[in-house]
Design a protein around this ligand. Structure first.
Ligand code: AMP
Length: 116
């Protein structure tokens, strides 16, 4: 699989071709605010490389997967939250709509369980 997909929305954000409210960037990751936030903090952390889901990222680029996980806590704490939820919707039945792996970091309100 190529490192980028010209038809992928999140690859276009990584490339700067589509604007996003970026909150952090590292060698392997970009984090930006979700355009339709479900909590006061709702940040998406993505790898620069195009992989459809977290399992394929772990196989293809484990260093990017580790950095992505580290970044999730950093972006939550940067917004002042030690409590947060990290969600990887994986597959259409799990409500994945963008097939470039992204961790949702949700914080800033009381979150219920189980999720819908
Ligand atoms: P998922 O349903 O897990 O695939 O999540 C995709 C997320 O991407 C949704 O929460 C969308 O609101 C978010 N999203 C879609 N387009 C954009 C965009 N251009 N900038 C920021 N977030 C986006």
């Amino acid at each position: 699989m190529s490192d980028t997909d010209p038809n992928c929305l999140f690859c276009k954000i990584v490339a700067g071709d589509i604007p996003a409210e970026i909150v952090s960037e590292t060698e392997h990751t970009v984090a930006f605010r979700d355009v339709d936030p479900q909590a006061p903090t709702h940040v998406l952390v993505i790898p620069r490389v195009h992989q459809p889901d977290i399992a394929s990222l772990v196989d293809a680029a484990p260093e990017a997967a580790v950095e992505l996980l580290k970044e999730t806590r950093r972006v939550a704490q940067a917004d002042g939250h030690d409590s947060y939820r990290l969600v990887f919707n994986t597959g259409p039945d799990a409500h994945q709509t963008v097939f470039h792996v992204h961790g949702h970091v949700l914080a800033g309100r009381s979150l219920t369980w189980p999720p819908g």
